[in-house]
Design a binder for this molecule. Structure first.
Ligand code: SF4
Length: 179
C-alpha cells in the first residue's frame, strides 16, 4: 500500500516543486506522440537505447507497464524572465534531472524493480553505449515519457496535477511506476 503523503514529502525533499499520485491505467501510449521523436528536436533520436528506434515498440511499452498499478508523478517548475529565457529553461531541466536521480536512488530501496520515466532521454551514463554495445544497465534505464508515446500534459491532467503554471514558467515532468 503506497503512502502518498510520505512519497510526496520525499519528492519535495529531493527538490521537486510538485508531486502526486499516478494511476497507471490512465497512461495511453500514442503513436502520434512517438512519431514526433523522429523530428529529432531533442537530438536524442537514434543515439540512445532509451529512444527510438532502439527503445522498442509502443506494444513493448504497454507490456512493460502491465505489472504496475500505481506510481508517482514528479515535477520541477522553473521561473523564467520571459519566454526567451533559455538560461533558466536549461537550469530547470538540469534541476529536474538532478531531482529525478536523487529521488530514484531513494525509491530504489523502497520499490526494487520500479520503472522510471523521465522528461528526456536516459542520462545514466556519461555516454550511452548505443549502438555499439548493449545497454550497461538495462534494468536501470530511464525511459523517456515522450518516446513512450505519452502526452505529458494529458498524463498530468488525467492525474489531477497541473501542467501549466502560467506565464514565464516552465514545468518538467517525470514519473516512477512503483507497484
Ligand atoms: S543506462 Fe547507459 S547505456 Fe543504457 S540507455 Fe542509459 S545511458 Fe545508455
Amino acid at each position: 500500500m503506497i503512502n502518498y503523503d510520505e512519497l510526496i514529502k520525499l519528492a519535495k525533499d529531493s527538490g521537486f516543486t510538485n508531486a502526486g499520485p499516478l494511476d497507471v491505467s490512465t497512461l495511453e501510449f500514442m503513436p502520434d506522440v512517438r512519431a514526433m521523436c523522429a523530428s529529432d528536436k531533442c537530438h536524442a533520436y537514434g543515439k540512445n537505447w532509451a529512444c527510438p528506434p532502439a527503445c522498442g515498440t509502443l506494444d513493448d511499452m504497454r507490456e512493460k507497464v502491465k505489472r504496475f498499478n500505481k506510481g508517482l508523478l514528479v515535477q520541477t517548475v522553473g521561473q523564467l524572465e520571459d519566454n526567451m529565457d533559455w538560461e533558466n529553461m536549461q537550469k530547470a531541466a538540469a534541476d529536474q534531472e538532478e531531482n529525478f536521480q536523487k529521488l530514484w536512488s531513494r525509491l530504489d530501496t523502497l520499490y526494487p524493480g520500479l520503472l522510471a520515466m523521465g522528461a528526456g532521454t536516459c542520462t545514466k551514463c556519461k555516454e550511452c553505449t548505443y549502438p555499439d554495445k548493449p545497454c550497461r544497465f538495462p534494468d536501470k534505464l530511464m525511459h523517456s515519457m515522450e518516446a513512450c508515446g505519452l502526452f505529458v500534459s494529458k498524463v498530468c491532467t488525467d492525474n489531477h496535477l497541473s501542467y501549466n503554471y502560467g506565464p514565464n514558467t516552465i514545468a518538467y515532468t517525470g514519473c516512477f511506476l512503483l507497484e
